[in-house]
Write a protein that binds this ligand. Structure first.
Ligand code: AHR
Length: 649
């Protein structure tokens, strides 16, 4: 009987969602089980120098003034000639490790001196290392002059003392990868790595790399463990990557092309990051998909829609005109590139691209379900033509994939209107809405999705945030998220943005998680996302919670969902006012629950926010609670309260 009731609700809510919405007194509907995910973009040094655990900055000498004014092949490097040695250092491109990785350093040792000569790397704001931990060092070297070169690698503390080292001797005139493990003897926030040549001769050097062995899930070429864990702790149902504006890039040549980011790291194509720095692509599509799998999130890659960012070339304003389209005669190849991505992710090992996934160490498919096409593109005839070419082919060849279209950078306006009109005309299954607004906007617009047509495209709220990290911002977002749950039949996915920001390197504020090389702090916004994500349901129930005094109190927001796997009934109660308020709760419609409940409260002063100095000023507090069929619950001022009434399953 229970199953039949569930099926009926599912049919009403999903197969005939419009009817479901219009029926009066309906008490429940099926909602998306994937509602809360994360948005990852390489902005604010989120990837290189952030989540990607590589400790050497500019490891392949590819930095250039195009990436960032004043940068060059030796940015983050220093030429070392200690102990009266001398020689010469240059950058060359004649015979690289791989054509995709054109620059390399050439070191000529004329006089070796007492210590040798070489290169020193200062990492990303220094190299953080921990005593007793092991680090994987590697480098590509080609012997250009002389038969072999004795090499020394040292990690130095700030005083210049050695805190870890290894030695090896080169053996090849061709490019060869040398690897070693270095055990560090002293913890340091800001060490440096020195690579010294110890005999006369000439060597070419590229891909100087140092990784902690302790990466997230101990992956090779992996992710910074503490940062990845902080994201995984959000229990996201999906992860969108690699952006954001990074996807469609600063001009056609800067689009994020997924094929450039897979395979051996020395063969990947590094390029300028649209946010004013450099992307090595060391964190590429394989690593993104693997991270998703490691944290149990569905992968949601977004590919360019065949057009570059309308703000390309520095026209940073809404409606910029820098958008350029891939030549139409090149579009069939581009469409194939998108099809190849699906084959790479899901195809059998016997397929061309499935074989490449297997060769990278993942023979099993990644179970790709969603593909975003375009990011906030200006809805021009050029965009529409190219989007349609991609969309129609993907839809025809891969009906199992949900394509997500794009409707501009704002909650309304020209691109929003045109984007929705186009999506409805083309029957795009889902569209990606973006908006960054004041907290007051989120409080005032909670009915936004109540009236969305259930028969049209579904919504992925792919980027949103209120402007700030104070508790008030987070509470406004929490209030809004109750409306996302209420409309979880039409809003299928949502992700706060941006996710990460490295102190001293932010291009965008606010963000959800702030970090430096050694420390991380979680914002109040993080905790709101986490409370919703870890308390998701797949059925929405109305008529369970009501404000005790004034049903129309605009300071209050609330939702009730049930998780059909656990049987838990979960209430979210939001109070954005400065005084206590009460809710009446009626659980009598639910079978299979007892009185055992857990209540988690996030509250404090409206202006309070976390920081590196005070990371725990705002933090949820959990306690046990005894629920009843009917009860009144008083919530604190400026608070999110989550009551999880445990199911008997
Ligand atoms: O999230 C930061 C930026 O905001 C994204 O790159 C872009 O899509 C949006 O404008």
């Amino acid at each position: 009987m229970k199953n039949r009731l569930f099926t009926l609700a599912f049919v009403l809510g999903v197969i005939c969602p419009a009817h479901s919405q219009q029926r009066k007194n309906i008490s429940s509907k099926a909602i998306s089980p994937d509602l809360i995910g994360v948005f990852f973009e390489d902005i604010n040094y989120a990837a290189d120098g952030g989540l990607y655990a590589e400790l050497i900055q500019n490891r392949s000498f590819e930095y250039s003034p195009t990436d960032h004014g004043g940068w060059n092949s030796f940015t983050a490097w220093e030429y070392i000639t200690q102990g009266y040695g001398y020689g010469a250092l240059s950058v060359e491109t004649t015979s690289p490790v791989h054509p995709n990785n054109p620059h390399y350093a050439v070191l000529k040792v004329e006089e070796v001196g007492q210590e040798g000569i070489g290169l020193k790397n200062s990492g990303f704001d220094g190299i953080p290392v921990k005593a007793g931990e092991k680090y994987n060092f590697s480098v590509f070297i080609a012997q250009q002059d002389g038969s072999s070169m004795p090499m020394q690698v040292k990690l130095l503390n700030k005083k210049g003392e050695t805190i870890g080292e290894t030695t090896f001797t080169t053996t090849s005139k061709d490019w060869k990868k040398y690897t070693a493990t270095i055990t560090v003897t002293q913890s340091q926030d800001s060490a440096s790595l020195v690579l010294l040549a110890k005999a006369k001769g000439k060597i070419a050097i590229d891909m100087v790399s140092l990784f902690p062995q302790n990466t997230f899930k101990n992956r090779v070429n992996g992710l910074r463990a503490d940062l990845a864990q902080t994201i995984a702790d959000l229990k996201p149902k999906f992860m969108r990557f690699p952006g954001g504006c990074l996807v469609h890039g600063d001009g056609l040549g800067n689009m994020y092309r997924w094929k450039n980011t897979i395979g051996p790291v020395e063969q990947r194509v590094a390029q300028k990051n649209i946010w004013g720095y450099h992307q090595t692509a060391g964190l590429g599509y394989f690593e993104y998909f693997q991270f998703c799998e490691d944290m149990g999130a569905k992968p949601l890659p977004v590919v360019p829609a065949g057009v570059s960012c309308q703000n390309s070339g520095g026209t940073w304003r809404i409606g910029g005109t820098g958008q350029k389209g891939i030549q139409l005669n090149e579009m069939p190849d581009y469409v194939q590139e998108v099809l190849d991505l699906i084959e790479w992710a899901n195809g059998p090992v016997t397929s061309t691209w499935g074989a490449k996934r297997a060769a990278a160490g993942h023979p099993k498919p990644f179970h790709l379900e969603y593909v975003g096409i375009g990011n906030e593109d200006k809805i021009t005839p050029e965009f529409k033509e190219r989007f349609k070419m991609i969309h129609d082919v993907v839809k025809a060849k891969h009906p199992e994939i949900t394509v997500i279209g794009t409707v501009g950078p704002a909650p309304d306006g020209e691109d929003f209107e045109l984007g929705w009109k186009f999506a409805n005309k083309e029957n795009v299954p889902m569209v990606d809405e973006h908006y960054y607004m004041k907290p007051e906007w989120f409080l005032a617009n909670q009915k936004r999705y109540d009236t969305y047509d259930r028969l049209k495209s579904k919504v992925y709220l792919g980027e949103y945030a209120s402007w700030g990290n104070s508790l008030f911002n987070a509470i406004a977002e929490a209030a809004y998220m109750t409306s996302l749950e209420r409309n979880g039949d039409v809003v299928r996915l949502s992700s706060y943005a941006p996710l990460l920001a490295k102190a001293g390197h932010t291009q965008w504020n606010p963000d959800m998680i702030y970090f430096n090389n050694t420390t991380i702090y979680r914002t109040a916004n993080y905790y709101v996302q986490q409370l919703f994500s870890t308390n998701e349901g797949d059925m929405y129930h109305s008529n369970v919670v009501t404000p005790a005094i004034n049903k129309a109190d605009t300071a209050l927001a609330y939702s009730c969902v049930r998780n059909s796997k656990t049987g838990d009934v979960i209430l979210k109660l939001v109070n954005s006012s400065k005084v206590e308020k009460s809710f009446n709760v009626n659980l009598s419609q639910f079978k299979g629950i007892g009185t055992k409940a857990v209540v988690t409260i996030l509250t404090g002063d409206a202006t309070v926010e976390n920081s590196f100095e005070t990371p725990d000023k705002v933090k949820p507090v959990t306690s046990n609670f005894k629920a009843a069929r009917n009860f009144t619950y008083t919530v604190q001022p400026m608070s999110l309260t989550v009551i999880n009434v445990k199911g008997n399953r």
